[in-house]
Design a protein around this ligand. Structure first.
Ligand code: GUN
Length: 296
């Protein structure tokens, strides 16, 4: 293996420690803790695990965690009225409605109902528009975490060729916007892209966010490139066991790349750390307490 392994777990721990310090300062100044409300509808096992770990991480950072678990048959109106209550609650700085939602609920309508100043997921169209326009706003946690890892590794990203594989609203599109904001030359690839390997071979930065186990092969990677793997796929490991793999064939990529994120332990831990960071920023804005732009 020649590539450096990017330790997202260690970076996320440092970020969480910094957020916890600043949360303590906020609590002293505001007379209350920053607050994050997380809403889970139904009993999807993976979502339940995420929601529990978000709640624990929030408390560990010295913030107030409000978890709302609603039954799978919750109607759209019931969920919208909870979102409106949370919008109006002065103890709640950030609201996260865990996706996916049950099929009777229109996700877009729920996202649009969250107040943009409490939208710590950065999914509201106002925040997506702000990101596309280069205006300050909330940025989705996973892509922001990826950019933090890239800047820590590479420093200035300007002029680099970046390929983002995947065009979701949660990762691919905001990732591309962030890289454009860092003055990369950005290509967004997707399921209809022709000759994806040739495209990826030109890239200094590859971000894989497609949800297809080990799709990106080692011989697609330009020697020395930095590879960020957003995929988390559970696959059969034989003998009745399963394991987690990314969207990149890690062992192959590590023979060619300059640096690569592992799965698990790469991008994954960054998502919750950035969620806490966004909640801290929301708390300062909502309470009218300044937070230096370079504080976090
Ligand atoms: N489901 C999977 N990832 C996410 C996320 O980042 N935010 C929300 N709200 N739901 C998700």
């Amino acid at each position: 293996m020649t590539a450096a392994v990017i330790d997202g777990k260690a970076f996320a721990e440092k970020l969480r420690a910094r957020v916890a310090d600043l949360a303590e300062d906020f609590t002293a100044a505001a007379g209350r803790r920053p607050g994050l409300a997380v809403v889970l509808v139904g009993e999807d096992p993976a979502s339940s695990v995420y929601v529990r770990s978000k709640g624990k991480a929030t408390e560990a950072a010295g913030m107030a965690s409000f978890t709302h678990r609603l039954p799978a048959e919750t109607s759209q109106d019931e969920l919208l009225s909870l979102v409106r209550r949370l919008n109006a609650d002065p103890l709640v700085d950030g609201i996260l409605v865990q996706l996916p939602l049950p099929k009777q609920i229109d996700e877009d309508a729920v996202i649009a109902a969250i107040h943009p100043d409490k939208d710590v997921d950065g999914f509201h169209p106002i925040n997506a528009g702000r990101l596309a326009s280069g205006l300050p706003g909330f940025v989705p946690c996973t892509p922001l975490g990826c950019v933090m890892l890239l800047k820590e590794r590479l420093g200035d990203l300007s002029g680099l060729d970046a390929v983002v594989i995947g065009r979701s609203n949660i990762v691919g599109k905001p990732m591309a916007q962030l890289l454009l904001g860092e003055s990369c030359t950005v290509t967004i690839a997707h399921s209809r892209t022709r000759d994806l390997p040739a495209l990826v071979r030109r890239a200094d930065i590859v971000v894989a966010a497609v949800g297809r186990p080990e799709m990106v092969r080692g011989d697609w990677i330009k020697p020395g490139a930095t590879v960020i793997d957003v995929g988390i796929n559970r696959v059969d490991a034989g003998e009745g066991k399963t394991k987690l793999v990314g969207d990149v064939a890690f062992a192959e990529a590590a023979e060619v790349a300059g640096a690569v994120t592992p799965v698990p332990g790469g991008v994954g831990p960054m998502t919750i750390a950035v969620l806490l960071r966004n909640t801290l920023v929301a708390a300062h804005r909502n309470a009218g307490i300044p937070l230096a732009a370079d504080a976090i």
